[in-house]
Write a protein that binds this ligand. Structure first.
Ligand code: PLP
Length: 392
């Protein structure tokens, strides 16, 4: 990079990342960009898509409903038009599905966008945002970008008999102070896979002051089956206007490439968020595809059923190899590989099997494995057996 001479001082100035960071807002100064894991595009080029087993991003191996694809194709003649800035058709379909009014729904370019926007709207310098250790990475990112303070609450202990590393709702409630503006929860949570039930959540909400906004990230809610109870905070919305939930089309609906998520909350909350939402944040093909996907309940259900069956089978297969898996109600498993984790991960990557390292989450002895389809899981286990044999 070439340096530029400063007109006043005559000194040469390098306009590098540090120079621009010094000019960024305070929250952004301390920020690290979201770590997407591996460079998958480079891997695809290197190994070829056929030879790669991509189990690092919790994508849906069964893909979206064919109706979503058809809806996108039908949109291709309208690409010169702006999309509906209100996303009214999709909102109506979502409102009908969830039994809520349309003015309780806000659409996002992925739920990631909404999680970021929530902190931007409701928290700033001097405010606290509370979330669990091992909670979804975007919670910390959103808080810091907004310039607010991160209050990270210890998770349930690793030897907890029911939900190791899960959210400790009692401790989270206790961490709330008058400075707290926002609490982020994920149920089920990524990267742990852990969840909590309805009774525990009711007890938690009873302790939260009504001026604190509680965000329930339910990215995997459609997949939860063990505890029908665990599935959603939806029934609490009418009695708790300070509660909202976020959902996504990226996981159970298999539409991660389209970037669509949504929020359900109080109409007043949605109205305030609308002030900052970019007018055309969800594109036309995506709006049409998601509406169509909502209509194909059979596809959603069959994908979720296949995922549950494969998750149980994969967890058993890993346990048979003396690898500890954490309880999960999602399409991934957190797996403890111990001190050799980095070597195992590198050796699997060299064999074209991509998992998600967990060092960034403070779990360097674990890897997160997306539950694939039967063929992907077979290839993963074969590569793993090979790797464990060579490392022994
Ligand atoms: C994948 C995921 C999301 C969302 O993603 P988008 O693709 O941005 O909708 C949100 N929360 C959690 C916990 C996730 O795992």
């Amino acid at each position: 990079m070439s340096a530029v001479r400063d007109a006043e001082s005559g000194m040469s100035v390098l306009h590098d990342e540090a120079w621009f960071a010094a000019r960024a807002s305070r929250g952004v100064q301390g920020l690290k960009a979201y770590d997407p894991g591996h460079d998958l595009v480079a891997f695809r080029r290197k190994y070829g898509t056929e030879n790669l087993v991509e189990l690092g991003s919790n994508e849906n191996p069964y893909g979206p409903s064919p109706a979503a694809r058809a809806a996108i194709v039908a949109q291709l003649d309208s690409l010169h038009r702006y999309p509906d800035p209100l996303g009214a058709d999709l909102k109506r379909a979502l409102a009908a599905k969830h039994g809520v009014e349309t003015n309780r729904i806000l659409l996002g370019n992925g739920s990631h966008e909404l999680l970021m926007l929530l902190a931007q709207v409701f928290a700033g310098p001097g405010d606290d945002v509370v979330f669990s250790r091992y909670g979804f990475a975007v919670f910390a990112l959103a808080t810091q970008a907004a310039g607010a303070s991160r209050i990270v609450v210890d998770a349930l202990p690793d030897d907890h008999p029911v939900m190791p590393l899960g959210h400790d709702l009692d401790a989270i409630a206790t961490a709330i102070t008058p400075a707290t503006k926002l609490v982020y929860l994920a149920n089920p949570n990524n990267p742990t896979g852990t969840w909590f039930g309805r009774e525990a959540f009711a007890a938690f909400m009873a302790k939260v002051p009504s001026d604190v906004i509680v965000v329930m990230d339910e990215a995997y809610a459609e997949m939860a089956d063990a505890d029908a109870d665990a599935a959603t905070a939806l029934p609490f919305l009418s009695s708790h206007p300070n509660l909202l939930l976020t959902r996504t089309f990226s996981k159970a609906y298999g539409l991660a490439g389209l970037r669509v998520g949504y929020l359900i909350g109080a109409p007043g909350l949605v109205a305030v968020m609308e002030r900052l939402r970019e007018s055309f944040n969800v594109n036309g093909p995506a709006l049409a595809a998601c509406e169509a996907a909502l209509g194909d309940v059979a596809h959603l259900d069959s994908g979720c059923e296949r995922n549950s069956a494969q998750r149980i089978e994969l967890a058993r297969a890993l346990e048979r190899r003396d690898l500890r898996t954490y309880p999960s109600q999602t399409n991934f498993l957190l797996v403890r590989f111990g001190p050799q984790t980095a070597q195992v991960e590198a050796a699997l990557t060299a064999r074209g099997v991509v998992l998600r390292p967990m060092g960034g989450y403070g779990l360097p002895e674990c890897l997160r494995i997306t539950v694939g389809n039967p063929d992907e899981n077979r290839r993963l286990l074969a590569a793993l057996d090979d790797v464990l044999e060579t490392l022994r």
